[in-house]
Design a protein around this ligand. Structure first.
Ligand code: MLT
Length: 266
């Protein structure tokens, strides 16, 4: 992993793939509370045709949480990613791909740094803000996670993440990443996600060609919800992944890679 210092935090990131002048760039933003490791299947395949940059968001994976005064917002992650990319001088066209919480970060990046991205991939994510009930659940976890420990967060999330029949080894690997995430990072991410604005109004203004990908059995960001996102974006392609739940890139990497590959090099 490479390292980048910003705002008192160290951001760890993978930067791999094709160095050719013509090769496009793909930036992969992971979900909550995971790390760039969730993209392993995509990185191994897409590095053959692109430069692939995949950071661990602040507090996740090998990145530190650093100083993050309240109110903690998704913009902090977006500012970290924007500064990292500025330092790496990625070639265009640049595709920004966000999975779930990474999608919320992608919306924040579009709000503030829209000219830096040529294409957008939204994977198992939401445009809407939280309901009051969802926000209250997040804030409860943010308050309690130090007492609970991160392993309990993994157990709470596990039933909603995967399609029926997903091999146990895949489920366990993801749960281990969640269980090893710093409780302080989980609390900060939950506060940031709970405070995120509604991005529904942004969808109609997205100029970037967009790929919308969802696991057919996703219970967190449902297929119906993601189809609506695709319909609201002027130039969007909708791809549903069979045999996958919320963790589609991990559950069905080949199908997700195929969709990404066709889009990134189109
Ligand atoms: C994720 O996978 O990143 C989370 O499910 C996002 C969320 O909690 O809204």
């Amino acid at each position: 992993m490479n390292r980048f210092e910003i705002g008192g935090a160290t951001i760890a990131y993978t930067d791999t793939g094709q160095p050719h002048a013509e090769a496009p760039t793909l930036v992969l933003l992971h979900g909550f509370p995971l790390s760039h490791a969730m993209w392993r299947g995509q990185i191994e395949s897409l590095r053959e045709v692109c430069r692939v940059i995949a950071p661990d968001l602040r507090g996740h994976g090998e990145s530190t949480l650093g100083e993050w005064p309240t109110p903690q917002t998704i913009d902090r992650y977006a500012d970290d990613v924007a500064a990292l990319l500025e330092s790496l001088e990625p070639r265009r066209p640049l595709t920004l791909a966000g999975f779930s919480m990474g999608g919320y970060v992608a919306f924040a990046l579009l709000r503030q740094y829209v000219d830096r991205f040529d294409r957008l991939a939204l994977i198992d994510t939401k445009a809407a803000a939280d309901t009051e009930e969802a926000r209250a659940t997040r804030l409860k976890m943010a308050e309690k996670v130090h007492e609970w420990g991160s392993a309990r967060v993994a157990e709470l999330m596990r039933p909603k993440l995967f399609a029926r029949g997903t091999p146990n080894s895949i489920v366990e690997e993801t749960c281990e990443v969640i269980a090893s995430t710093d409780p302080a990072a989980i609390a900060a991410a939950q506060r940031a996600m709970g405070a995120r604005p509604d991005s529904s109004d942004l969808l109609g203004q997205i100029d970037q060609s967009t790929l919308v990908v969802v696991g057919q059995q996703d219970e967190i960001s449902t297929s119906a919800e993601m189809r609506q996102i695709a319909e609201a974006i002027p130039e969007a392609r909708f791809v549903e992944i069979a045999g996958a739940g919320h963790m589609a890139p991990v559950e069905q990497p080949a199908a997700v890679n195929q969709a990404l590959l066709e889009f990134v090099i189109a």
